[in-house]
Design a protein around this ligand. Structure first.
Ligand SMILES: Cc1ncc(COP(=O)(O)O)c(C=O)c1O
Length: 396
């Protein structure tokens, strides 16, 4: 029976990593995979995570099952961190489920939407994170796109985005990147989020916010302004939270789906549905990462230490943005000031696929096929080389 299966094309981003590993040049630079890198090019486990991990393991007396919706302490802590204390205080209106990473939260949220309205279409930004489309689509949602980014001007297509949202049928789910848009790095400002919130409320649309980089743009609260502004305007909202990047626990698969509902009765119904759906998807989420995050956030000294390290990561990314933009502008004679205005780990360079290949083959600079670069892969040591190589490629 398995002979009916066809070969899956290689994953474009993982293919970049594999090609990078094979390259023997000492000058090679990896701007492909979306993980944070420090000054030494490493993806470290934050100090506070290490300590929380040791304490948690020492205190753990059983590994018996929890439940399909996971660790209630983790769920409450992460909901407060992301939604803010006002919203997290509306406990009875919230349904929370611990999930395997942000991807699990997106998948569970999509399953909830399909259960509520089979055949529903979700509207995603153009462009969006490449995995959004299969993750949400394989759950049974139709995918539609709204205008988001103008790759010729490297700016947000805000008016077109707003007018498209304003014309959607009532009840339509809309996926929004809460901060640090992947792949463009182009976020909305507070005024723009307020205008989007007004349209979502007036058109009775259902926002589904994807929060994968909280704390890596500006800081924990400013990065979550989108969620808090929208939650004040609408009765219902879904948030998929990933703890992978900001806690540095990628492979521990730690995330949360938070669903804000219009009252305690719908919240209890949604909570039951989340448990049922999780049971059919993965039965129960993995414990370790969530137990560590719960311990870290509930201990003031660990929490403070983590926040300091996270703030350092965000500052470093923003410093590298300035460095790259200035060097690239100087090397190419073109304006790359827009890289400084974007946030998070990614920006997308205006390169054709052939230019991306040329950057790799002639200059050992590796990036995603659509020109997306991981800013954290830049360093003061490699920036001149990267800028000179990219400027050369852009002349071709
Ligand atoms: C926009 C976005 N959402 C969600 C995720 C999922 O993260 P994870 O499943 O690794 O927690 C990612 C990871 O790269 C992402 O970039």
């Amino acid at each position: 029976m398995l002979e009916t299966l066809t070969r899956v094309p290689p994953d474009p981003i993982l293919g970049v990593s594999a090609a990078f590993q094979k390259d023997e040049s000492p000058d090679k630079v990896d701007l492909g995979v979306g993980v944070y890198k420090d000054e030494a090019g490493k993806t470290p486990v934050p100090r506070a995570v290490k300590r929380a991990e040791q304490e948690m393991l020492a205190a753990q007396s059983s590994k018996t099952y929890l439940s399909p919706i996971g660790n209630p302490g983790f769920n409450a802590q992460v909901a407060a961190l992301t939604l803010g204390s006002d919203l997290a205080g509306r406990k009875s209106d919230l349904a929370l489920a611990q999930t395997p990473g942000g991807s699990g939260a997106l998948r569970l949220g999509a399953a909830l939407l399909v259960a509520a309205k089979p055949g529903a279409a979700i509207h995603v930004s153009d462009p969006t994170w490449a995995n959004h489309i299969p993750l949400l689509g394989n759950a049974g949602l139709q995918i539609e796109k709204y205008p988001y980014y103008n790759a010729s001007t490297n700016t947000l297509e805000f008016e077109r985005m707003l007018s498209t949202l304003d014309a959607l049928p009532a009840g339509s789910p809309v996926l929004l990147h809460a901060c640090c848009h992947n792949p463009t790095g182009q976020d909305l400002d507070v005024g723009q989020w307020t205008a989007v919130a007004e349209v979502l409320a007036r058109r009775r649309l259902l926002p589904f916010l994807d929060m994968a980089y909280q704390g890596l743009g500006e800081d924990l609260d400013r990065d979550a302004a989108s969620i808090r502004i929208i939650a004040r305007a609408v009765p219902e909202l879904l948030v998929a939270v990933s703890c992978s990047k900001n806690f540095g626990i990628y492979r521990e698969r730690t995330g949360l789906l938070a669903v804000l509902t219009a009252g305690s009765e719908p919240a209890s119904i949604v909570s039951g549905q989340l448990g049922r759906l999780a049971r059919t998807l993965w039965s129960m989420p993995p414990d370790h990462g969530a137990a560590v995050v719960d311990r870290l956030l509930s201990q003031p000294d660990l929490r403070q230490d983590w926040m300091t390290e996270l703030q350092h990561m965000a500052h470093r990314i923003n410093f590298l943005r300035t460095l790259l933009a200035d060097r690239l502008s100087a090397a190419s004679g073109r304006d790359f000031g827009w890289i400084k205005r974007q946030r998070g780990m990614f920006s997308r360079l205006p390169l054709a696929p052939e230019q991306v290949i040329l950057a790799r083959d002639a200059h050992h600079v590796y990036m995603a096929p659509d020109g997306r670069i991981n800013i954290a892969g830049i360093s003061p040591a490699n920036v001149e080389r990267v800028a000179a190589g990219l400027a050369e490629v852009m002349k071709q």
